[in-house]
Write a protein that binds this ligand. Structure first.
Ligand code: SF4
Ligand code: SF4
Ligand code: SF4
Length: 504
């Protein structure tokens, strides 16, 4: 993994003022706007041991309701779009997670039922502090840890392939949504029983790479040490080891040096355990952790490139050149040649998804070769990938908007028959087919989001130039190269949404 901190750390000795400025550049100290724990009731609430249990429990109940709804009911297989579990998962949940990660850090992880249930089982208690964990309590092997969140990207890729193949998010047969939920619950609990802390959330959860990458533009900085000098002198390091008040950081984050919101699961343990009252929950300007994340990570940069390919695949598959009723689209032809039963053909799913990171990689290699002043290609790859985060993140949210605007009203209405027992005909419920926005409105919202994402990426590239290329000759070339990719990608993404005309 690249370590820009080491590459660009200024030479010592420096006047104290300059040292502090340099430190702020890497740790984002000057960007902290407000410590939310200064508000009395917030502070008191965050100290409560039951907090995470209480905010997770309703979510767990909804997920179990959704899960049960997939199996109970007279004709579950034929009532996909009408079934509560499918409706809440595909019309609301994914859009809500996409929006929350862009604006509110890992807020979803605070209330996530998968991580929550696994952790309660592992701790043998929903909220108390117990000394011994259930299970083997092993460390995640160091060799695998070197891959960072890449196993999570692989998991998200495979899950998406399966979801597309079964048409789960259509939404199709609600039983498949239930299978999906069971798969995630089962894998989470298994890993919680084998490995220590939140190994599952840190490395393996299919969503952790997605959330970790796209949470960096958010205004919530996560929990951090108020004063790092206090941490340097603190011998106990209870935030890591835990004490009678709480557990050592389950997410393997050290608040004393944490400089990004990417890994903090907002679990509040360090706020409870720090004996020096040296932990706060800060608001920061948007995009701070995109341009000033402490150090850039190659695994996150690769994750961004692959996730970019995946979201473009989700757009390409709506075009006639990909698939059409005459059977002349790429997917149709490949299915005929390979004997693959139906969409998506494995070859185009893998090929089209990975063509984007491949082109991005080649682009960075060529530009760093043409303009050697830009420096090592790894540094340029990470910097440009980080600059693209807001644009690709907004693309993920935009892709969810057609389902959200067209069907969100069905989520509360489907509660009138959550298990599909034919209590009533959904089609006769007033407002069942009500669309909040027309097709044109959906497209406008997608294009506006893409424009905002493009603007945010351009701004991030400009700030990254200042931070990663201070006083370097290659700064201009880096900025020109990054802005070219962002503008081309932004215009193409918006064009695709216009062509798709609000397709789900
Ligand atoms: S990383 Fe995954 S399992 Fe863990 S809390 Fe977040 S979404 Fe849930
Ligand atoms: S326990 Fe508190 S003071 Fe000590 S290292 Fe952790 S955050 Fe810093
Ligand atoms: S212990 Fe602190 S730093 Fe670690 S995940 Fe929880 S809130 Fe974040």
């Amino acid at each position: 993994m690249g370590d820009l901190k080491r590459d660009a750390w200024p030479q010592l000795p420096l006047p104290l003022e300059e040292l502090r400025r340099a430190e702020n550049r890497y740790f984002g100290g000057e960007t902290r706007l407000y410590d939310l724990t200064r508000i009395g009731w917030v502070r008191r609430l965050l100290k409560r041991r039951w907090l995470q249990f209480v905010v997770t429990l309703p979510n767990l109940a909804i997920f179990f309701l959704a899960l049960a709804g997939g199996f109970i009911g007279a004709d579950g297989a034929n009532r996909g779009p009408d079934q509560f579990g499918s409706a809440i998962t595909w019309y609301l949940w994914f859009a809500a997670v996409a929006a929350s990660m862009l604006f509110l850090g890992r807020l979803w992880c605070l209330i996530c039922p998968f991580g929550g249930l696994g952790e309660w089982i592992q701790r043998r208690t929903p909220w108390k502090k117990k000394p011994k964990a259930l299970g083997l309590d092993l460390n995640w092997p160091r060799r695998l840890a070197n891959f960072g969140v890449l196993p999570s990207v692989a998991g998200f890729f495979l899950l998406t392939l399966w979801e597309e193949y079964q048409g789960v998010a259509g939404p199709g047969d609600p039983r498949y949504t239930s299978y999906l939920v069971i798969m995630i619950f089962a894998s989470a609990i298994l890993v919680y029983l084998i490995f220590d802390r939140r190994t599952y959330c840190h490395y393996l959860c299919p969503l952790t790479a997605l959330i970790g990458v796209f949470t960096t533009p958010s205004v919530l900085s996560g929990f951090r040490a108020r004063n790092r000098d206090v941490c340097l002198e603190c011998e106990g390091k209870d935030c890591i080891r835990g004490n009678a008040n709480g557990y050592g950081c389950p997410w393997l984050v050290y608040p004393g040096s944490n400089a990004t919101n990417q890994g903090c699961g907002l679990c509040t343990e360090c706020f409870k355990t720090c004996p020096n009252d040296n932990v706060g929950l800060y608001l920061q300007p948007p995009l701070t952790n995109v341009h000033s994340p402490g150090r850039r990570r190659m695994d996150l940069a690769i994750a961004l490139a692959v996730l970019w390919g995946m979201v473009w695949y989700e757009q390409w598959n709506a075009f006639p050149w990909f698939s059409n009723p005459q059977g002349t689209g790429l997917d149709d032809v490949l299915n005929r040649i390979t004997g693959w039963p139906h969409y998506p053909n494995l070859l185009d799913f893998v090929g089209l998804t990975f063509v984007v990171p491949l082109f991005f990689y080649l682009y960075v290699r060529v530009t760093t070769r043409l303009f050697p002043a830009v420096g090592d290609w790894r540094k340029a790859f990470m910097a440009q990938a980080y600059a693209l985060i807001p644009l690709v993140g907004s693309d993920y949210l935009a892709r969810q908007l057609p389902k959200f605007w067209d069907h969100i009203v069905r989520v509360p209405l489907s509660l009138t028959d959550p298990f599909g027992w034919n209590w009533r005909s959904f089609q006769r419920i007033p407002l069942w087919n009500f669309h909040i926005l027309s097709n044109a409105g959906v497209v406008e919202s997608q294009v506006v989001l893409t424009i905002l994402g493009t603007g945010a990426s351009l701004y991030a590239a400009w700030r990254i130039r200042d931070r990663d290329y201070p006083r370097e000759r290659g700064a201009g070339a880096f900025l020109a190269s990054a802005c070219l990719v962002i503008l081309l990608a932004g215009v193409y993404t918006a064009w695709m949404y216009i062509q798709m005309a609000g397709a789900e």
